[in-house]
Design a protein around this ligand. Structure first.
Ligand SMILES: [Zn+2]
Length: 646
């Protein structure tokens, strides 16, 4: 009586914590051969990715290959097993030491006291200490810090007069993170009771199960499972669908292991994560990438490049192979670079320095460079473009806008906030019903790494499938680690551009630490707005064309007239285009100023002005002022400002 009461109390107390778990979806079940199933568990929000669990049933017991990353996930799989068979689970085999493949083991030992827990002998050694130490900082500080930061954002959001739109998403993220932390801190680490070295053959009723090791691959003691009769191969994390993670791996031996996997006759390959595969394409493509990286790594090393430079060089060579794996989906391309190429290449370099130990290598840390910063910015722009494919124009654009975005509008001059920008966009039916796709063709960043610009080409597609070519220019700021658009302009073109070829980025010589010194930033702003005024003043004396030549960079881009399908490139061409034939060379018909303001990077080398162009003699039926935005660059805080994109 006493016992059941305390159990009941425990259950009650645990209720609020468990609510996220209770609402978690059941694992996805796919039968890959008669009586053989893979269970795919949904991620824990943004904080954790669970591994695949494979269940082999037989007329004499059940074998489970990988027991998930949390007791809750394992319990959900066990509930499915019990719904299918009366047979007990006799074996739980763990593919490797990563938490997401074995932290659910306690569920099986509790339910089946006689169950054998199998792993490679080196994996048993990892599980006895290093694996747990590797996860400790995440559980002790990173995850709790993350939870506190979301709690803070939620209470700030709840206190605000208008609650932010992302409040429900934040609450969901908090529930996921709390549930995940609660789960991971409730794990009883369950050591393997049976180990093997090269091979372990298990007879499970009428089935033959081979547990194999082909040398060190993703970890020192990987186990793969092969069912020769059923032609099923379970690779653990030797392959992940779609992108394999190569942290702390063993490059040369891994390629050899994949060759051996490739030689096994298999109709179904179950990877450590993701949907099961029905052919060997991904296995072979991943192996080809690894083999290429081994060669490229050796060449780059011999040339004296460091591992990060080797990664950059490899990305160009690997482009066609990458697309085979990623389908050129931007988020996958990013994962391919960071989790596969970058991590693998660092291990190639470590291997070149001498034989690799069985110790866990830390995640490679990177010092950002101008190139890596602009790569990140372009990736952000492409990611928003990819997300835009799933929605209409207004949510697509507003998702990337900063709260204080500045955007010229056809009627009101400038919208000066996200809400006003949305209001302005909503007045156009094309924005309400149409869809956008876009590609940036150039990016640039400031030396403090916190400001940047991109421009490129869009297509707006109306519900009736009419396609309208559009050019765009975005000025970005990075706040709280995320790139958002601070100033934005789109303009229609009459024709699509013949190419969307990417131009070399506009980069500072090196990155410098940002400053928050308001006086320094104010001085930069003042000099930029003065440059805009001097530009207009010069036009009054030498004509618009000559002023545009004098104030522009040789690599400047101008959005150009609607009749131009592409951006006009180069200050000389821009000068000729804006002046037009017969334009006066001693005066100008227009003047302009940054009368709406400017934003400047704290490094004082990149900024954007926004204001109005005003004709000296307003014409009937024409607006008295036209809004403009201009992005400026200078080579240093004392060099002259020159426009680079407008
Ligand atoms: Zn995994």
């Amino acid at each position: 009586m006493r016992k059941s009461l305390s159990l009941l109390l425990l259950t009650c107390i645990a209720m609020p914590m468990a609510s996220a778990g209770a609402s978690r979806p059941a694992p996805k079940k796919v039968e890959i051969a008669p009586g053989v199933y893979v269970f795919m568990t949904a991620p824990y929000g943004a904080v954790g990715l669970d591994g695949n669990s494979i269940v082999v049933t037989s007329n004499d017991g059940v074998l489970v290959f990988d027991s998930n990353g949390t007791p809750a996930a394992a319990a959900a799989v066990l509930a499915e097993i019990r719904a299918m068979t009366q047979q007990p689970v006799r074996y739980v085999v763990h593919s490797h030491w990563h938490w997401d493949h074995w932290y659910g083991a306690q569920v099986y030992t509790k339910a089946f006291p006689g169950v054998k827990i199998v792993a490679h002998e080196k994996t048993k050694a990892m599980m006895a200490g290093p694996a747990i130490a590797f996860n400790k900082p995440g559980l002790d500080s990173q995850l709790p810090d993350y939870i506190r930061s979301i709690e803070k954002r939620i209470s700030a959001g709840e206190a605000a007069s208008t609650p932010p739109a992302d409040l429900p998403a934040l609450r969901e993220a908090l529930a996921d993170a709390r549930f995940f932390l609660d789960q991971k801190t409730s794990v009883t680490h369950t050591a393997p009771s049976v180990t093997f070295k090269d091979r372990l053959d298990i007879t499970l009723g009428d089935r033959q199960v081979q547990i194999l090791n082909f040398g060190r691959a993703v970890t020192p003691g990987d186990a793969v499972m092969y069912l020769p009769k059923e032609r099923v191969l379970a690779t653990g994390d030797l392959i992940v669908n779609p992108i394999t993670f190569a942290l702390s791996s063993y490059p040369t031996e891994w390629v050899q292991a994949l060759d051996k996997l490739d030689a096994l006759p298999a109709d179904v390959i179950v990877t450590g994560h993701g949907e099961p595969l029905r052919d060997k394409q991904l296995l072979q493509a991943t192996r080809d990438v690894f083999r290429e990286l081994l060669t490229l790594g050796k060449t780059s090393h011999a040339k004296g490049l460091d591992a990060d430079q080797a990664v950059a060089a490899a990305m160009t060579t690997l482009q066609p192979l990458m697309v085979r794996i990623t389908g050129d989906v931007p988020a996958r391309n990013n994962a391919f670079r960071s989790q596969l190429v970058d991590w693998y290449m660092h291990r190639v370099y470590e291997e070149l320095a001498g034989p690799l130990s069985d110790e866990i290598a830390p995640i490679p840390q990177h010092t950002p460079t101008p190139q890596s910063t602009v790569d990140e910015l372009l990736a952000a722009d492409r990611a928003f473009a990819a997300a835009a494919a799933k929605t209409t124009v207004v949510p697509a654009l507003s998702a990337m806008f900063a709260d204080d975005v500045v955007m010229p509008t056809p009627t009101a001059g400038f919208a000066r906030s996200k809400d006003k920008a949305i209001e302005a966009l909503n007045t156009n039916p094309d924005n309400l019903q149409g869809r956008l796709e876009w590609t940036p063709v150039r990016g640039g960043v400031s030396a403090d790494g916190l400001h940047g610009f991109t421009f490129g080409y869009m297509t707006l597609t109306r519900p009736d499938n009419t396609r309208i070519p559009v050019k765009y220019l975005s000025y970005w700021v990075k706040r709280g680690g995320a790139w958002r658009v601070a100033v934005y302009k789109r303009a229609r073109a009459e024709q699509s551009p013949p190419t969307r070829d990417v131009l070399a980025p506009s980069l500072p010589a090196q990155l410098v630490p940002p400053t928050t010194d308001a006086a320094v930033i104010a001085r930069h702003k003042e000099s930029l707005e003065a440059a805009e005024k001097a530009f207009s003043d010069l036009a009054q004396k030498v004509g618009v064309g000559a002023a545009f030549v004098a104030n522009g960079r040789p690599d400047a881009a101008n959005m150009g007239a609607p009749t131009e399908p592409m951006f006009t490139l180069g200050n000389d061409k821009i000068g000729a285009a804006v002046a037009g034939p017969g334009s006066p060379t001693d005066s100008a018909a227009i003047a302009w100023a940054a009368d709406e303001g400017s934003i400047v990077a704290s490094s004082g080398d990149l900024g954007v002005t926004f204001g109005f162009i005003r004709p000296h003699k307003p014409q009937a039926g024409r607006p008295a002022a036209n809004p403009f935005i201009t992005v400026w660059r200078r080579d240093g805080p004392n060099a002259p400002w020159r426009y680079i994109a407008e």
